[in-house]
Design a protein around this ligand. Structure first.
Ligand SMILES: Nc1ncnc2c1ncn2[C@@H]1O[C@H](COP(=O)(O)OP(=O)(O)OP(=O)(O)O)[C@@H](O)[C@H]1O
Length: 480
């Protein structure tokens, strides 16, 4: 096929044989375009694998764009029409019209189209890696980089686009036949009693209502400050890391030490022991008896192998979270375990892009739809904590409602599951001059936390009451 190249392209290919080459797949580009001119069905087979911007040659890119437009409009694609649309410029010894005619005459069959498309896309990815590294090396050697960490982050984001393209393979289109077969295979496994349903929350009733946290779900844990969002999230994250695989916990508010104090307190918790070990006591490192220290050391050993990976960094953008989640997935795969879920505490602290600067609702919409996209891309549940605003406090009944999320962009629409947290004790504790009746109520509900399923795309809404010791970060399903 290279014999039919216009002079300019041939010259470059020849030169490329001697010089360091910018990665490209020019011959695959020609072969694919020729195949489409021969039979437009080749385009349908190729489009899952390649985009116009992946083409190296500008004229090829332009041809592919025009072909896609014509196909989408239900119009014919043949070399005469293409020539009419693209004009008849001189490409260096050959006109566009002549070039298109040659491509058409040397066409491959449609069967080879996906293979050529993949070669073109792969070459484009190679170029991204090559150009990113080249630009990085150039900027480093001329001293144009002031902040190496910020520049490294920028490079990671660019390279991540390549990594994520490979990861997103599984998110491609599937046939209905394939999909229903895999659903039934899963049903069969469940019936035989050894099926992993979703990733468990570690609360049997909630797991029953929801079937656990299912792949590709965007799950929102919503509540007012102090209601127990972090407590619940850590309980669920720990359960998932113990039973289902690696878990990424993006803590945009608390440091790793603070989270670890909570995990230690929860792991060392034993209701039979007279001494409660609160995470506050661990933080203060005072008043811990030798026995408590022994329990904490035991908890340390129990935590040692749990793949709960904490990212304690404030001000992360959605792109950074996505890039790190993809890295976590690769790291997990290298260790032979799946990435079971990621958690973000909390989504209101994700640094928005500049696109909707100042428009909070639009910013939050971009973030929530991005999180849903990430869940789908990685094929895992993504759990986002959401802090509800003060409107809740104005009501007599302060239990959150779905409408409380409406201020926050499209979280309500994007979420597959919304779990709202409520502790009556929180409000009673903060009430001055409690009546005797209220004192009684407080004593009864001191360790109660309600989790209400406000939304579930494929299941019922419901409310469960849990046992919760917020001071020890402990959560369990209530006996009754
Ligand atoms: N030692 C303690 N004694 C009593 N209450 C405690 C103790 N330590 C923490 N708490 C309470 O536990 C709650 C903290 O729970 P958690 O951090 O899980 O809530 P949250 O919803 O994530 O809060 P925020 O949104 O403010 O981060 C707060 O109400 C806090 O007052």
């Amino acid at each position: 096929m290279s014999a039919s190249l216009p002079n300019a392209l041939t010259a470059r290919l020849e030169a490329d044989n001697q010089l360091p080459v910018t990665p490209s797949a020019v011959e695959a580009e020609q072969a694919l375009l020729g195949a489409v001119l021969h039979n437009p069905e080749a385009l349908d087979r190729a489009r899952d694998h390649v985009r116009a911007e992946d083409f190296f040659e500008p004229v090829h890119r332009q041809m592919f764009e025009v072909m896609c437009q014509r196909r989408d409009a239900g119009e014919a694609i043949d070399w005469k029409l293409m020539k009419a649309v693209l004009g008849n410029a001189d490409l260096g010894g050959v006109t566009t019209g002549q070039y298109i005619a040659r491509l058409a005459s040397e066409a491959i069959t449609v069967v080879g189209a996906p293979g050529y498309a993949r070669m073109i896309a792969e070459a484009a990815q190679m170029r991204t890696v090559y150009e990113t590294c080249q630009a990085g090396a150039a900027r480093m050697t001329c001293g144009a980089v002031e902040n190496p960490a910020a520049y490294a982050t920028h490079m990671i984001e660019q390279l991540d686009a390549v990594a994520s393209a490979a990861l997103a393979e599984h998110a491609r289109r599937v046939t209905l036949g394939h999909s229903v077969t895999s659903v039934l295979a899963r049903v069969d496994q469940v019936r035989q009693g050894h099926a992993p349903r979703g990733v468990p929350y570690g609360l049997p009733k909630l797991d029953g209502y929801t079937l656990g946290m299912r792949p590709s779900q965007f799950i929102v844990l919503a509540g007012r400050p102090g209601m127990g969002k972090t407590t619940v999230a850590l309980h669920v994250a720990l359960t998932a890391a113990r039973r289902s695989g690696a878990v990424g916990f993006f803590s945009l508010e608390m440091g790793a030490d603070e989270l670890s104090e909570r995990v230690l307190a929860a792991t060392a918790y034993d209701p039979r022991e007279p001494e409660l070990i609160t995470y506050r006591a661990i933080a203060e490192a005072r008043g811990l008896s030798p026995d408590a220290m022994g329990r904490l050391q035991e908890a340390e050993r129990a935590c040692a192998g749990i793949p709960l990976w904490i990212e304690p960094q404030a001000g992360l953008t959605l792109a950074q979270i996505a890039a790190r989640a993809r890295q976590m997935r690769m790291r997990a795969e290298r260790q032979g375990i799946p990435l079971a879920a990621i958690f973000i505490d909390h989504i209101g602290l994700i640094r928005p892009s500049k696109r909707y600067q100042g428009n909070r609702v639009q910013e939050m919409t971009e973030i929530s739809s991005g999180l849903k996209g990430l869940a789908k891309e990685l094929g895992i549940p993504v759990v986002g904590l959401s802090q509800l605003n003060r409107e809740v406090e104005k009501r007599q009944d302060k239990r959150p409602q779905l409408a409380d999320l409406r201020e926050s962009g499209s979280i309500e629409q994007d979420a597959d599951v919304v779990l709202a947290l409520y502790r009556d004790a929180y409000y009673l504790e903060h009430k001055a001059d409690r009546t005797d009746v209220e004192e009684d109520r407080l004593a009864r509900c001191l360790n109660e936390l309600e989790i209400e399923i406000l939304k579930q795309r494929s299941g019922p809404t419901s409310r469960i009451t849990c046992f919760c010791d917020v001071a020890c970060n402990v959560l369990a399903e209530a006996a009754r």
